[in-house]
Unconditional design. Structure first.
Length: 367
């Protein structure tokens, strides 16, 4: 396939749905019901948009996972960003973060109405322009995201060093996908039989990054793109692996993802970053599931520069984003869903983000 409409072709999709149904029947005959977690928020969005969940047989369940970077960012991180803004720092951020609630439903957008300076950046490099244009102020870039966004953010440091800019730093809350798979798999309340692995993250870390996990847990990990035909292909690959008992890492997105991944990005990670025990909203601290700046780059680390520590926040008590992110409930099982909580008045991050599960269900699902 070469053009985008081929990845959305209804005849190919129908054929694959037929194959999935045949394989699901084989599993059903063995009284098997399969839970597949789509880890990535972009998969959740595409699955909802194309109605893929509704096309699947009853014994094949798609569970949405914690792969939306905004959604898993702890409320305490937002509180810290707001505290820095109130101290006079310019906060530079990707747009999705603006309405994510911290403690007491406070957001960066609300702090902006108090007079704080919050600037939306479409690229980390525009934060550098901001720093150069405001030499009398400190610029703090909200450095959140999974492996995909870490590389472009970290590459800022090369430019900042080269230009000898002193008034910019990063407030880091980087997250890594493979350690999260470990935590989700070991949760006794969840029964995950397979993972549909993220496309863009896998382009950075490569198919090899899942090998240790698959060997240890004997759970299929299939990498798929965000196009409907390839998502269906990925689901069918998972079912075939389970039926044949040939559990492995399978790359159904070979046109972009390689076995080794993006080695240039990995070199950047190794140069600037080291492991960190990251706090995930609703999940808690996962050992070595994040990355932070190495000590020798502490001049770019906002936590060091401003001597602040990100403390645990207090998200809204009624919001069940934690359970949604772990795949324990579907959004409509949250009592606030589509009533008190909706895209115009989001109470939790899963309703804010364009990749959030609650947002995807609200936008596309009629359940
Ligand atoms: Fe949180 Fe709203 Fe989702 Fe409920 S519907 S879990 S309140 S984001």
């Amino acid at each position: 396939m070469k053009y985008i409409d081929e990845y959305r072709n209804s005849e190919t999709a129908s054929y694959l749905v037929g194959e999935i149904r045949k394989n699901a029947n084989t599993l059903s005959a063995q009284k098997m019901s399969i839970n597949i977690m789509e880890v990535c928020g972009s998969h959740t969005m595409a699955i909802s948009r194309y109605g893929i969940r509704e096309l699947l047989p009853q014994n094949i369940n798609l569970i949405s996972g914690p792969g939306c970077p905004v959604c898993v960012t702890d409320a305490g991180y937002i509180d810290t960003a707001i505290a820095l803004a109130r101290q006079g720092a310019i906060i530079a951020t990707f747009g999705d973060m603006i309405n994510v609630p911290g403690s007491d439903r406070m957001t960066l957008a609300k702090s902006r109405s108090e007079g704080c300076i919050i600037e939306v950046c479409y690229s980390p490099l525009s934060a550098i322009d901001l720093a150069e244009a405001n030499l009398d102020k400190e610029v703090v870039f909200l450095a959140i995201g999974f492996e995909t966004t870490i590389a472009p953010i970290i590459s800022m440091i090369d430019s900042v060093s080269e230009k000898n800019i002193k008034n910019i730093s990063l407030l880091t809350a980087f997250k890594l996908v493979p350690p999260a798979l470990e935590t989700l798999t070991s949760d006794p309340e969840l029964k995950i039989d397979a993972f549909l692995c993220p496309a863009h993250v896998s382009a950075i870390i490569g198919a090899k990054a899942y090998e240790t996990f698959v060997k240890k847990h004997n759970i299929p990990c299939v990498i798929a793109s965000f196009e409907p035909v390839e998502i269906l292909l990925g689901i069918n690959s998972i079912l075939k692996q389970i039926i044949n008992g040939s559990i492995k890492v399978e790359n159904d997105y070979e046109r972009v993802v390689t076995y080794e991944g993006n080695t240039k990005a990995q070199e950047l990670f190794n140069k600037y970053l080291e492991d960190d025990d990251a706090s995930w909203r609703g999940i808690g601290v996962i050992d070595a599931s994040g990355l932070k700046l190495k000590k020798e780059f502490s001049q770019f680390d906002a936590s060091e520069k401003f001597k602040i520590k990100i403390k645990a926040g207090a998200p809204d008590k009624g919001c069940r984003c934690g359970d949604v992110l772990k795949g324990k409930i579907r959004p409509f099982e949250c009592p606030l869903y589509s009533k008190a909580c909706n895209p115009l008045n989001p109470i939790g991050p899963c309703m804010v983000s364009s990749e959030g599960t609650c947002s995807a269900y609200y936008k596309y699902s009629r359940t």
